[in-house]
Design a protein around this ligand. Structure first.
Ligand SMILES: NC(=O)c1ccc[n+]([C@@H]2O[C@H](COP(=O)([O-])OP(=O)(O)OC[C@H]3O[C@@H](n4cnc5c(N)ncnc54)[C@H](OP(=O)(O)O)[C@@H]3O)[C@@H](O)[C@H]2O)c1
Length: 407
């Protein structure tokens, strides 16, 4: 098959943009060259001559010689404007921006149909792990039941460093930022939002369901405290931030992002540092496990390069599974076994939200409850303004999901 020549307009020359530039320079066989780079700040030192750069997006978007836009900026609103305009101009697009995709999924799918141009985003989900094309192509004929795991490299790095190396949370976050693992706005990582954006992309390609970010409940690692860390240590568990979606017998989907106690015998237990791990479970192949680096310049650039290569062979997502019938399971129907840490003042009140309680504990200023609670009640507790709480999941109860699921 003949390979198309790609003339690239690159937006962003930060961690991933620079990584991509370096790798492309060393891969002449791709028939892809960067014609011009658009960045934001005029006063930054750059490793390339000034002429390589512009600060004016139109210089790339209006250039008819540029047939491919690679969007690697850290501003999702500006990114959407760039991507939409590029597609309207008939240019193929590669992006790593999960926030932009999650917030504009339906519009982006419609733009691909209307203008007949491909939009690829393998790097937006778990960086180096080739999961999107796998879900899109391989599992089409398989009966997929669940998908999920550790999808955020920077929080996994922080959890590894705080739990295993006793580093402080700010110290570990700073390290993740210095290594280029963290988003410019770390609240997206540590609050579980970045994981939710990725889960949304996984759900679309796994189950053909496009949902809005506000439809999925997410908790992050930003509230984790000593009581739950000590509990995990005592039991030999690790706490990992998990994003997971599972389809039940009637085709409806449960989806959630939450810190979870992971036992030594689970595959995700040994996924540490900046690594991500995704598990799929399907009726035919049972459990499959994908592991790889989930952030950083070269791991992310490797997925961008793979998309560029796919474009040169004319690849596009077909969204064959898109199905308006599939729906999310309402939060009232999902039951979880959790560890809830609370301020001393709220212990008695919060117990009333639980269906059953297997253990509770209080000290001078805080306490915890372990028990079964509906996701609706958990959301209500979390929305209480002055109550400091933290939640770690043990499991999602199987009655609310497929039998023998893989939560
Ligand atoms: N870092 C990772 O490990 C990783 C992994 C997966 C996905 N991603 C995604 O990849 C994208 C880039 O991340 P990054 O870590 O490379 O970010 P970064 O290091 O902060 O770099 C951002 C780049 O975007 C440029 N920029 C910002 N707003 C712009 C605008 N309006 N027009 C043109 N350029 C603009 C900045 O210009 P200046 O140089 O002038 O400041 C900078 O070069 C994000 O969507 C991120 O979510 C990153």
């Amino acid at each position: 098959m003949e390979r198309k020549n790609l003339n690239i307009g690159l937006f962003g020359f930060g961690c991933v943009g620079l990584g991509l530039y370096e790798v492309l320079e060393q891969t002449p066989s791709l028939n892809a060259r960067i014609k011009r780079i658009c960045v934001k700040s005029r006063d930054k030192q750059r490793p390339l001559p000034q002429e390589a750069f512009t600060f004016n997006a139109s210089e790339l978007l209006e250039d008819e010689e540029i047939n491919t836009i690679v969007e690697l900026i850290d501003d999702s609103d500006a990114a959407f404007a760039i991507v939409r305009q590029a597609m309207q101009k008939g240019k193929a697009v590669v992006t790593a921006n999960k926030k932009m995709i999650a917030e504009h999924f339906e519009e982006l799918i419609a733009l691909q149909v209307e203008y007949g141009v491909p939009l690829l985003y393998e790097a937006a989900c778990c960086a180096s792990i080739p999961i999107i094309r796998n879900l899109e192509e391989y599992y089409d004929t398989d009966l997929l039941e669940s998908v999920g795991g550790i999808v955020n490299g920077s929080t996994n790095y922080i959890l590894t460093k705080t739990a295993l190396e006793n580093k402080s949370y700010p110290e570990a976050l700073q390290e993740a930022q210095a290594l280029g693992y963290a988003e410019s706005n770390p609240a997206l990582d540590v609050g579980g939002f970045d994981a939710k954006f990725k889960l949304l992309i996984l759900i679309a390609h796994a189950f053909g369901l496009v949902v809005r970010p506000e439809q999925i409940f997410n908790l992050g690692i930003d509230n984790l405290g000593e009581l739950e860390l000590a509990y995990a240590r005592e039991k030999g568990y690790k706490i990992k931030l998990i994003a997971h979606a599972e389809r039940n017998a009637d085709g409806r989907i449960a989806a959630l992002v939450v810190p979870k106690f992971v036992r030594e015998e689970e595959k995700l237990y040994s996924v540490d540092e900046v690594y991500n791990g995704i598990q799929t479970k399907s009726r035919l192949s049972d459990v499959q496990f994908f592991v790889g680096k989930g952030a950083g310049a070269y791991p992310t650039a490797s997925a961008v390069i793979s998309d560029i290569s796919a474009l040169s062979y004319g690849y596009k997502y077909e969204y064959k599974k898109l199905n308006k019938e599939d729906q999310l399971i309402p939060v009232e129907e999902i039951f979880l076994k959790v560890f809830l840490r609370h301020d001393l003042a709220y212990g008695f009140e919060f117990k009333r939200y639980f269906d059953d309680i297997s253990e509770s504990y209080v000290n001078q200023d805080s306490g915890y409850i372990i028990g079964t609670i509906s996701l609706a009640n958990l959301q209500e507790i979390r929305s209480r303004e002055h109550a400091e709480t933290s939640v770690v999941l043990f499991e999602v109860l199987k009655e609310s999901l497929v039998e023998d699921g893989s939560w």
